[in-house]
Design a protein around this ligand. Sequence first.
Ligand SMILES: [Zn+2]
Length: 482
Amino acid sequence: MAKYYITTPIYYVNAKPHIGSAYTSIAADVLARYRRQLGDDVFFLMGTAEHGSKMAQSAEKVGKTPQEFVDEMSQQFEQAWETLNISHDDFLRTTQPRHEEAVKLFFEKLKESGTIYEADYEGLYCVGHEAFMKEDELTPDGLCPDHKTKPELVKERNWFFKLSSYQDKLVELITSGELDIQPEGRKNEVLAFIQRGLEDIAISRRNVKWAIPLPWDDSQTIYVWLDELFNYCSAIGYGKDDALFKKWWPADLHLVGKDIIKFHCIIWPALLLAIGEAVPKKVFAHGFFTVDGQKMSKTLGNVVDPVELAQEYGSDVVRYFLLRDFSFGNDADFSHTRMKERYNSDLANGLGNLVSRTLNMVEKYFDGKEVPASVVLPEEVVQFAKDADGFVEALAFSKALTNMWKMVAWADELIEEYKPWELVKKGEVEKAQEVIAQAVSVLRLINDRIAPFMPQAHEKFTAILSAKPLKKPSEPLFARKD
Ligand SMILES: [Zn+2]
């Protein structure tokens, strides 16, 4: 049995879950469910990032202690993932003792490795980013382009990690594919960044109180980004349960948004090399959402809440739409209108209608007899099924679903071509039954494949297809929305 360790980033809990974090989580969930279906041993990790001065400021604004604030916010994330039917095996919070202990061990290891040193540092720090920024990254008037705030000039004595000495090794790992970065464009972006020259990075802060203390220096706390990256190891027992850690590490796939790719493809593998651990096998970065062509923002009031969408359409439909309508990896534009159109065309009128009409004919023309369980299908339609599987493995979710719907179209055409009701009128009952049995067989293939994408519909569909004898469902698989 193959092991498969998949992660999403741990999300910042200073705002509610949005469509972007839902997108990553749904994609990861589809992969985890797909692997479980194959019989793999899967560990699917999610969690929340809860440290940093930004978090402490957000808590203060609403009159709460940081701990109270992150407890409440983290819960909102857990509830959102429950609403979206996400099947993670663990949910790590960076304020949990199991994580904090592992991070301290990790820093002790770093210190032993001789890859860190103490030095004075002066730099421009953006609290919104929780990161130092270079002057050429700022707007002409010196603001952070994303947060529109002036970064603070920070001057302090910090600990540094010798990231610069990993330049060649990182290039080698990435170009050889040992660390597989996808899509290709992101890989090239990372390589170009490394080849411009890596600088050492600060790994501790003096004035950030809401963070994990540096084990050997109380006056400093651990830089939140490093604390967060380490969640992928702390969750699987780093330093505590060696057998468990060995079983799962390295991660088979880190799914991330494109904004955090440098942390995951440069800093993270270098830190792992420093402490003598393997680098992740693959990092895949997806794009960002706009809404009706505009950037999502609180001021525009167009922030899409995935929980509200799921309450309106059901979680399956949100899952289907996000993975079907957008090509995973590219930026995407969300539209409520298109979501409804797709629901009606693909689910209600497409698959839902095919299920009803096929089983209606079974009920009419099989006379209570059982439909043969396996019939030989033409190569063409079997190939659609194989292609759909291949596309899931390649994280080309939209293409995978397109291939499943080619199977829907194939069965519709089959029924239109042979018109079983006319065959029956002409007395060719056996031929009619053969056509209907083929359609039922295709429905079974489709049902197996939609399982990771739409777990609730799959359950309903399975109940419909296991009835003995088969009969028309009492309610449609997907009811039309007007
Ligand atoms: Zn910023």
